[in-house]
Unconditional design. Structure first.
Length: 102
């Protein structure tokens, strides 16, 4: 049976690490990154997209947002476009949205 660590007051922070050491992604990213997000109308979408945009060397790619709710999809499309601009990656990243899951 798993036991809680002795430092339970830290909560989630006890299980996360700072991104100071980014040795896990060695080498250059030579191809564009393509991320397809089913259920992109959820509040998790901006967090995922921001995290991907923060990957060192991820200068090109495309987010493909898919959700059945047109209003939420439209909102998230605008949010992700703003995240791309704010990250200074608008020269290499694009966003496509669709309600069609195929």
């Amino acid at each position: 049976m798993a036991e809680a660590s002795s430092d339970t007051k830290q909560g989630h922070a006890a299980h996360t690490k700072a991104a100071d050491n980014q040795d896990c992604l060695r080498g250059k990213i030579t191809r564009p990154i393509n991320v397809t997000f089913l259920g992109a109308g959820s509040g998790f979408c901006p967090t995922l997209c921001r995290d991907v945009l923060m990957i060192p060397g991820a200068d090109r790619g495309e987010f493909r947002l898919i959700d059945l709710d047109k209003d939420r999809l439209s909102t998230m499309h605008q949010v992700v476009e703003k995240l791309i601009r704010d990250a200074g990656r608008d020269g290499g990243w694009t966003v496509r949205s669709s309600t069609d899951r195929r």
